[in-house]
Design a protein around this ligand. Structure first.
Ligand code: GDP
Ligand code: IMO
Ligand code: MG
Length: 429
């Protein structure tokens, strides 16, 4: 057993980055499998703070190969800037590779992201405006430019001309000026020259590592309910954050995956629009936001906060076939006398125990809550389960029982050492 997927079990920002950094120290290879710089993964290591958007959080371990997988959409200027920013903090980094199959994000993607959002009016998704949706649209339309073409000086000028012709027609529909070919080609050729040495066919490397029994960690971005197929459509991202996305985005089959850990907060947050049954639009919601400094890494937007939704979490455990849960930010809830957890939904046609596919139906469910005892005190010094207050342990036990999924790890602070490994056998086997 040596392959492990780290997946966001809710709506993103569950602390996947922290977990990948912590477990990355034991890995040989870390691969980001989906999304782009819509992600913001904060890692605190040895007192320094890193904000990764495209680079896998494994990069802080010099012996680990870090790979941007083929399922990603990559903004070259964003990546170069992120590399510079990271190198300015530490020189001690692992080797970085980019899959030649990954797609490239262009300025017209960002522009169209904003224009499409504007056109949605009241129904806007609240995207990160990084051009992610339009870049995946091009991929599905079989129009996208892949890394292999981007770094090939013989093919890129022609491909860019073809695509830009189409994009400029589309921009005309929005009454926008066309994007000028020559300056875009020049700008992007400059990026290609810098990134070319990193672009390789990574899939055989990954397959070989898996075959040799090396420890391969697949780093998820976003979260299960932002998945294009399995999330709260259309309030989703345009990729596959769920565990199955690890196969699509890296070139391995499902039988190559040994363990899957789902990272979830001890409560729930969501950034952007869309239904959120357990959302707290009151003082408790504000309290959680302030206590947990729940503001987005990418856009700085305040995250919507609410109680833990066990109906959603159980669905997530099943969608991702989780081996175990990683419950993070348990420390944030310290000080609340009582906590609520959703254990069912009430609907006009009676109670339900599952997540309805229909968005309108889901938007109108009312959570049925179970009240649990809260706890007090700073949990950040706890290093084993017995150090946690009894009511915090009871909370974790209830999560395990309801979701039928064991808790593998508990996180009680952002730092590497603020981590309690409960069941090590669920990590690498
Ligand atoms: P990601 O997108 O899933 O990687 O998560 P983000 O990095 O966007 O958000 C998680 C935030 O929580 C980061 O600022 C982390 O430093 C911080 N964090 C991680 N684990 C814990 C924890 O157990 N407790 C607290 N209080 N903060 C944590
Ligand atoms: P990490 O990896 C939280 C949300 C956006 C928006 C929707 C679509 O840090 O957990 P997009 O720009 O992807 O088209 O926006 O998805 N979203 C995230 N929310 N964490 C993320 O990433 C997110 N990436 C996208 O807020 O609602
Ligand atoms: Mg994040």
């Amino acid at each position: 057993m040596s392959t492990l997927v780290i997946v966001g079990a809710q709506w993103g920002d569950e602390a996947k980055g922290k977990l990948v950094d912590v477990l990355g120290s034991e890995a040989d290879m870390v691969i980001r499998y989906s999304g782009g710089n819509n992600a913001g993964h904060t890692v605190i290591a040895e007192g320094k703070e890193y904000k990764f958007q495209l680079i896998p959080a494994g990069i802080l371990h010099p012996n680990v190969a870090s790979i941007l997988g083929g399922g990603m959409v990559i903004c070259p200027s964003g990546l170069l800037e992120e590399l510079k920013r990271t190198k300015a903090i530490t020189a001690d980094l692992g080797k970085l590779y980019i899959s030649s199959a990954a797609h490239v994000v262009f300025p017209y993607h960002r522009l169209l992201d904003s224009l499409e959002e504007e056109a949605r009016g009241q129904n806007k998704i609240g995207t990160t405006s990084r051009g992610i949706g339009p870049a995946y649209e091009d991929k599905v339309a079989r129009l996208g430019i892949r890394m292999s073409e981007f770094v090939d000086p013989n093919r890129f000028p022609q491909r860019l001309r073809e695509v830009l012709d189409v994009k400029n027609k589309y921009l005309q529909l929005f009454n926008k000026e066309p994007i000028e070919y020559d300056s875009l080609l020049k700008e992007y050729t400059g990026y290609a020259d810098q990134l070319r040495p990193l672009v390789v066919d990574v899939e055989p490397m990954i397959q070989e590592a898996v075959k040799q029994g090396k420890r391969v960690l697949f780093e998820g971005a976003q979260g299960t309910f932002l998945d294009l197929d399995c999330g709260t459509y259309p309030y989703v991202t345009s990729s596959h954050p769920i565990a199955a996305g690890a196969c699509l985005g890296t070139g391995v089959g499902p039988r190559a995956i040994d363990n899957v850990l789902g990272v979830c907060k001890a409560y729930t947050t969501r950034v952007g629009s869309g239904p959120f049954p357990t959302e707290l639009n009151d003082k408790t919601g504000e309290w959680i936001r302030e206590q947990g400094r729940e503001y987005g890494t990418v856009t700085g937007r305040g995250r919507r906060c609410g109680w833990l939704d066990l109906i959603l979490l159980r669905h997530s455990c099943r969608l991702n076939s989780l081996s175990g849960l990683v419950v993070t930010r348990l420390d944030v809830l310290s000080g609340l006398p009582e906590l609520q957890v959703a254990t069912g939904y009430k609907t006009p046609s009676g109670p339900v125990q599952h997540v309805p596919n229909d968005l309108v139906e889901f938007a109108h469910v009312e959570p049925a809550y179970l009240t649990m005892e809260g706890w007090e005190g700073d949990l950040r010094g706890c290093r084993k389960m017995e150090d946690l207050p009894a009511s915090a342990r009871a909370y974790l036990k209830f999560i395990e029982e309801f979701t039928e999924t064991p808790v593998a790890i508990v996180s009680i602070g952002p730092d590497r050492k603020e981590t309690i490994v409960v069941r090590p056998e669920l990590i690498w086997g």
